[in-house]
Design a protein around this ligand. Structure first.
Ligand SMILES: Cc1cc2nc3c(=O)[nH]c(=O)nc-3n(C[C@H](O)[C@H](O)[C@H](O)COP(=O)(O)O)c2cc1C
Length: 356
């Protein structure tokens, strides 16, 4: 039996690979300039970006953002992503596990990640609508399915509102969070999917005890765009219009990193949404991110069979940029001089935000 969630997942992957699903907003990382250090007085081998995350050691502050599982064939994508995560020593998320709750026979499409990445931190995943309506036993099942180190709850309100079959009810999240946080044996990561998290939201959730945020800001994969293409395929002109009206909505990734750093300064911040280059990664770390997540570029690299070379090149370039910044590690990087141009500068000023 193939559920609605399962077909939807395949359509999302297909559209993401076929169409231009990014922008029109930019991440605003292009407004950040780290000042070049011509005399860094350090060797490439001095750079150490390893860190502790969810009780495990990572070689680099990188995460493969949750994308898939949930339809037959997607286990191959997850297996490859898991192998490379384990190999390189980085973290890995799976896509929304709703499909396996609706159809148990799809469990293996997610569970495969633990098989191939026994040591990596793995993030289970569920959307806000399911999180509100699932009872604790279903949520525990989601975590156990991949022997997860944390549960990422994705706040995809904008996506639900543009989806032809999306949910329109979002009340009750805070109440549910209170209950689940007390009972779940693993931490929760509050994650967006491409519209960013504000200082105010981070403040409220951090006040409740949430210690992990994945900003997933605007400038990369745009779910309003993906749903606009899906609505067009269905000839649903009204939903296509709704989705197209939301294309420029959201908090650009660079702004969202700073927002969350101000709202929850002691939390672990994952920067994601439109992270495409080593320079994007180093700038995100400089702005306050502890880790950086990528989704679409890794799906494309998997699709074109270039996953290994893509990640190897990316990692070497991150280390080169650390040398050029004169920083051995993230702690030193945060003290290095930066220039911030408009419009990010105005965003930071008008929102009265500080930068590290
Ligand atoms: C094909 C595809 C499927 C995705 N599915 C999920 C999902 O099930 N759950 C989730 O939290 N995020 C999902 N995402 C969002 C990513 O985790 C990420 O937050 C977002 O794509 C922004 O990162 P990017 O610009 O690097 O793609 C998906 C992204 C893509 C491209």
């Amino acid at each position: 039996m193939s559920s609605g969630s399962s077909n939807r997942k395949l359509e999302h992957i297909d559209i993401s690979l076929r169409e231009d699903v990014e922008g029109p907003l930019k991440t605003l990382l292009e407004c950040v300039h780290i000042v070049h250090n011509a005399v860094p007085e350090l060797d490439l081998s001095d750079v150490d970006l390893s860190l502790e995350f969810l009780g495990k050691r990572l070689n680099l502050p990188l995460i493969i953002s949750g994308m898939t599982g949930g339809a037959r064939g997607t286990e191959n994508i997850n297996a490859e992503l898991a192998k490379i995560a384990e190999d390189v020593g980085i973290g890995l998320g799976v896509g929304s596990q709703r499909a396996a709750i609706e159809d148990e026979s799809l469990r293996y499409t997610y569970a495969v990640v633990r098989e191939y990445a026994p040591k990596s931190p793995i993030l289970a995943n569920i959307g806000i609508s399911e999180f509100i309506r699932y009872d604790l036993s279903l949520i525990t099942k989601i975590v156990d399915m991949v022997s997860a180190d944390a549960l990422a709850v994705h706040l995809n309100v904008a996506q639900e509102l543009t989806q032809p079959e999306g949910s329109h009810t979002f009340k009750g999240f805070i109440k549910r969070l209170e209950v689940v946080m007390k009972e779940l044996p693993v931490p929760l990561i509050i994650k967006e999917v491409g519209f960013g998290i504000s200082k105010e939201v981070a403040e409220v959730l951090n006040g409740m005890g949430i210690k992990y945020f994945d900003v997933a800001g605007s400038g990369g994969t745009n779910w309003a765009k993906i749903e606009m293409f899906r609505a067009r395929l269905r000839n649903d002109r009204v939903k296509e219009r709704v989705a197209s009206e939301l294309l420029s909505w959201g908090i650009p990734t660079a702004a969202s990193i700073v927002e969350v750093w101000n709202g929850a300064p002691k939390s672990t911040i994952i920067a994601s949404g439109g992270i495409r280059t080593a320079l994007d990664i180093v700038k995100s770390l400089r702005l306050g991110a502890d880790l950086v997540g990528l989704a679409l570029p890794l799906l494309k690299a998997y699709h074109y069979g270039t996953l290994q070379e893509y990640l190897a090149g990316l990692i070497k370039s991150i280390k080169a940029l650390m040398v050029l910044s004169g920083a051995r590690n993230v702690y030193e990087l945060r003290k290095k001089p930066i220039i911030i141009y408009d419009p990010l500068k105005s965003w930071i000023t008008q929102r009265d935000l500080k930068i590290p």
